[in-house]
Design a protein around this ligand. Structure first.
Ligand SMILES: Nc1nc2c(c(=O)[nH]1)N=C([C@H](O)[C@@H](O)CO)CN2
Length: 116
Protein backbone atom coordinates (compact mmCIF):
# COMPACT_ATOMS: atom_id res chain seq x y z
CA UNK A 1 0.00 0.00 0.00
CA UNK A 2 1.15 3.55 -0.77
CA UNK A 3 1.86 5.88 2.11
CA UNK A 4 1.69 9.56 2.92
CA UNK A 5 3.96 10.52 5.77
CA UNK A 6 4.79 13.46 7.99
CA UNK A 7 7.89 13.32 10.18
CA UNK A 8 9.19 15.62 12.87
CA UNK A 9 5.96 17.56 13.33
CA UNK A 10 6.69 19.74 16.36
CA UNK A 11 3.74 20.71 18.54
CA UNK A 12 3.86 22.69 21.78
CA UNK A 13 1.28 21.68 24.35
CA UNK A 14 0.54 21.13 28.00
CA UNK A 15 1.50 17.49 28.56
CA UNK A 16 2.59 15.49 31.56
CA UNK A 17 1.64 13.71 34.76
CA UNK A 18 3.53 15.89 37.20
CA UNK A 19 2.20 19.12 38.72
CA UNK A 20 5.08 21.20 37.36
CA UNK A 21 4.15 20.12 33.86
CA UNK A 22 0.58 21.38 34.06
CA UNK A 23 1.49 25.07 33.91
CA UNK A 24 4.03 24.96 31.08
CA UNK A 25 4.07 24.05 27.40
CA UNK A 26 6.45 21.34 26.19
CA UNK A 27 7.40 20.12 22.76
CA UNK A 28 6.13 16.86 21.33
CA UNK A 29 7.44 15.52 18.03
CA UNK A 30 5.01 13.51 15.92
CA UNK A 31 5.72 11.11 13.08
CA UNK A 32 2.65 10.07 11.10
CA UNK A 33 2.29 7.48 8.36
CA UNK A 34 -1.00 6.99 6.55
CA UNK A 35 -2.07 4.36 4.03
CA UNK A 36 -3.29 6.08 0.89
CA UNK A 37 -3.55 5.12 -2.77
CA UNK A 38 -1.51 7.90 -4.37
CA UNK A 39 -2.14 6.85 -7.97
CA UNK A 40 -5.38 8.82 -8.63
CA UNK A 41 -3.77 12.07 -7.42
CA UNK A 42 -0.67 11.38 -9.50
CA UNK A 43 -2.61 10.48 -12.64
CA UNK A 44 -4.67 13.71 -12.53
CA UNK A 45 -2.03 15.82 -10.76
CA UNK A 46 -4.88 16.92 -8.47
CA UNK A 47 -4.59 17.86 -4.78
CA UNK A 48 -8.30 17.07 -4.35
CA UNK A 49 -7.45 13.39 -4.89
CA UNK A 50 -4.44 13.47 -2.59
CA UNK A 51 -4.25 13.03 1.15
CA UNK A 52 -3.28 16.63 1.86
CA UNK A 53 -0.35 16.48 4.32
CA UNK A 54 -0.54 20.25 4.87
CA UNK A 55 -4.20 20.20 5.91
CA UNK A 56 -3.62 17.09 8.00
CA UNK A 57 -0.61 18.66 9.76
CA UNK A 58 -2.61 21.76 10.65
CA UNK A 59 -5.52 19.70 12.00
CA UNK A 60 -3.24 17.57 14.16
CA UNK A 61 -1.35 20.62 15.42
CA UNK A 62 -4.62 22.30 16.43
CA UNK A 63 -5.84 19.16 18.16
CA UNK A 64 -2.69 18.51 20.16
CA UNK A 65 -1.90 22.10 21.08
CA UNK A 66 -5.38 22.85 22.40
CA UNK A 67 -6.08 20.09 24.92
CA UNK A 68 -4.00 19.70 28.09
CA UNK A 69 -3.32 16.00 28.71
CA UNK A 70 -1.22 13.82 30.98
CA UNK A 71 -0.06 10.95 28.77
CA UNK A 72 1.56 10.76 25.37
CA UNK A 73 -0.54 7.61 24.91
CA UNK A 74 -3.68 9.77 24.97
CA UNK A 75 -2.19 12.15 22.41
CA UNK A 76 -1.41 9.25 20.08
CA UNK A 77 -4.92 7.76 20.38
CA UNK A 78 -6.63 11.10 19.75
CA UNK A 79 -4.47 11.86 16.75
CA UNK A 80 -5.11 8.42 15.26
CA UNK A 81 -8.85 8.80 15.85
CA UNK A 82 -8.99 12.14 14.01
CA UNK A 83 -6.93 10.89 11.07
CA UNK A 84 -9.08 7.79 10.66
CA UNK A 85 -12.36 9.60 11.23
CA UNK A 86 -11.88 12.86 9.36
CA UNK A 87 -9.47 12.06 6.54
CA UNK A 88 -10.82 8.76 5.23
CA UNK A 89 -7.65 6.91 6.12
CA UNK A 90 -7.88 3.13 6.62
CA UNK A 91 -4.65 2.64 8.57
CA UNK A 92 -2.36 5.03 10.42
CA UNK A 93 0.87 4.77 12.37
CA UNK A 94 1.35 7.49 15.01
CA UNK A 95 4.60 8.02 16.88
CA UNK A 96 4.66 10.60 19.67
CA UNK A 97 8.05 11.53 21.13
CA UNK A 98 8.71 13.74 24.13
CA UNK A 99 12.29 14.95 23.78
CA UNK A 100 14.24 15.52 26.97
CA UNK A 101 11.58 14.03 29.24
CA UNK A 102 14.01 11.48 30.67
CA UNK A 103 17.54 12.40 31.66
CA UNK A 104 20.15 10.82 29.40
CA UNK A 105 17.58 9.79 26.82
CA UNK A 106 17.16 11.79 23.62
CA UNK A 107 13.50 10.93 23.27
CA UNK A 108 10.85 8.80 24.92
CA UNK A 109 7.36 8.13 23.71
CA UNK A 110 4.92 5.75 22.10
CA UNK A 111 4.02 4.38 18.71
CA UNK A 112 0.65 2.94 17.76
CA UNK A 113 -0.98 1.56 14.65
CA UNK A 114 -4.74 1.89 14.28
CA UNK A 115 -7.19 0.84 11.59
CA UNK A 116 -10.63 2.17 10.73
N1 LIG B 1 4.15 5.68 29.33
C1 LIG B 1 4.30 6.95 29.81
N2 LIG B 1 5.13 7.17 30.83
C2 LIG B 1 5.27 8.41 31.32
C3 LIG B 1 4.60 9.50 30.74
C4 LIG B 1 3.73 9.23 29.65
O1 LIG B 1 3.08 10.13 29.09
N3 LIG B 1 3.62 7.95 29.22
N4 LIG B 1 4.80 10.76 31.23
C5 LIG B 1 5.62 11.00 32.23
C6 LIG B 1 5.92 12.38 32.67
O2 LIG B 1 4.98 13.31 32.21
C7 LIG B 1 7.33 12.71 32.18
O3 LIG B 1 7.33 12.80 30.75
C8 LIG B 1 7.89 13.99 32.74
O4 LIG B 1 9.26 14.09 32.44
C9 LIG B 1 6.34 9.93 32.94
N5 LIG B 1 6.10 8.62 32.37
Amino acid sequence: MDKVFITGLEVYCTIGVYDWEKSIRQKLVLDLEMDHDNRPAAERDDIALALDYDRLSRRVTDLVSQSPLELVETVAERVACVILGEFGVARVRVRVAKPGAVANAREVGVEIVREA
